[in-house]
Design a protein around this ligand. Structure first.
Ligand code: SAM
Length: 341
């Protein structure tokens, strides 16, 4: 896999040059509902085509390619789900992860990345609609579908805040760019006195509201719809969480926001910056973070992934003390915490 090997080989070049075909194979199969059609048992291409209302020819070629990719099992002309597909790719499964294609293989990401060379020349996005635009529809898809991979990060946030919050009658958390809201909700689930204020664009907050209701937290969650740089923040809070948020901005603009958030925290209040970061290790160890940084280059005006050291500097400049970096084995997210003096 690129990022874990060194050196240039024909195999690695071909794998990188053709990777997009695998992406679109998976995206087409999910969009058409191939895995759902096979959930009750194997079928031949004509039967699948009749269920999906697709062409027999197109269906036959798609099913064979899916079998070649190992996502379907094949026995003669009968195609069925490969191990794991029933859990991860059938829509009715509680662990369904196929919706992530709406984000990771979205038209917007493709449009941003397909002229990466142009973005490198220009030093920022070439798209008229970029990730900083209010009401940017991609963020609703992100909040809706990325819950698939959110659990361990949410537990990480809770572990960083719960020791200070436990036993408190009241503990106010502001979750900035909350998306699905699950980072703040993980704290509320463990601390009965905790309330969570979710800040995001209005349509994204509808997704967070759904999760708050599902988790029985509706009466402890408040909503701050609008731009994090402008919306009245309320407070003062005991803690502020910024999950995968600051990398959409330059370090200068991120520091400006941290200064604003410091004004909404109680003395001694804690900030948790968590998300993908680039690191101080060899780039190959943070391959996906470096790709995400390129998406920020191609999809925002000034965003890029920052390292924990840069976050610590930003927090210190914004008036925070006791900065510390945290990571967990096996978790690609890193966290930086700090306290308001
Ligand atoms: C990458 S998502 C992170 C969601 C969640 N915190 C997580 O880590 O999974 C970034 C979120 O920030 C929100 N966002 C982006 N710019 C914003 C702004 N200027 N004001 C408020 N929310 C913003 C987006 O709508 C999106 O929900």
């Amino acid at each position: 896999m690129p990022g874990t090997e060194h050196g240039v080989t024909r195999e690695r070049l071909l794998s990188m040059m053709t990777a997009y075909k695998s992406t679109y194979l998976l995206r087409a199969a999910i969009e058409l509902g191939v895995f759902d059609a096979l959930a009750d048992g194997s079928a031949d291409p004509d039967t699948v085509a009749a269920i999906l209302r697709t062409s027999p020819r197109g269906t036959r070629l798609l099913l064979r390619a899916l079998a070649a990719a190992g996502l379907l099992a094949v026995d003669g002309e009968q195609f069925g789900l490969a191990p794991g597909a029933e859990t991860l790719l059938v829509r009715s499964s509680p662990q369904y992860g196929g919706g992530v294609v709406r984000v990771a293989a979205s038209d917007w990401e493709w449009d941003a990345m397909k002229d990466l060379a142009g973005a490198v020349r220009a030093g920022g996005t070439l798209l008229a609609e970029n990730a900083e635009a209010p009401g940017f529809p991609y963020w609703v898809d992100f909040a809706t579908h990325l819950t698939f991979a959110t659990g361990p990060g949410a537990e990480f946030v809770a572990d960083l805040l719960v020791p200070a919050a436990a036993g408190r009658d009241r503990y106010g958390v502001l979750d900035v760019g909350c998306g699905h809201g699950l980072f703040g909700f993980a704290v509320a689930q463990r601390v009965p006195g905790a309330t969570v204020s979710c800040l995001d664009w209005p349509d994204v907050l509808d997704v967070a509201r759904g999760h708050a209701e599902r988790l029985g937290l509706a009466d402890r969650v408040h909503y701050l719809p609008g731009d994090a740089f402008e919306v009245p923040l309320g407070g003062p809070y005991d803690a502020v969480v910024l999950g995968n948020f600051l990398f959409q901005f330059s370090a200068r603009r991120g520091t400006e926001l941290l200064r604003r958030l410091a004004g909404a925290l109680k003395p001694g209040g804690r900030v948790v910056v968590i998300g993908f970061t680039t690191g101080d290790r060899p780039p190959a160890e943070d391959y996906h973070a470096h790709l995400l940084s390129l998406l920020m280059l191609a999809g925002t005006t000034e965003g890029e992934l920052h390292s924990p050291i840069v976050y610590q500097k930003m927090l210190a400049t914004a008036g925070f003390a006791a900065t510390a970096a945290h990571e967990r084995p096996g978790l690609p997210l890193r966290a930086v915490t700090a306290e308001l003096a």
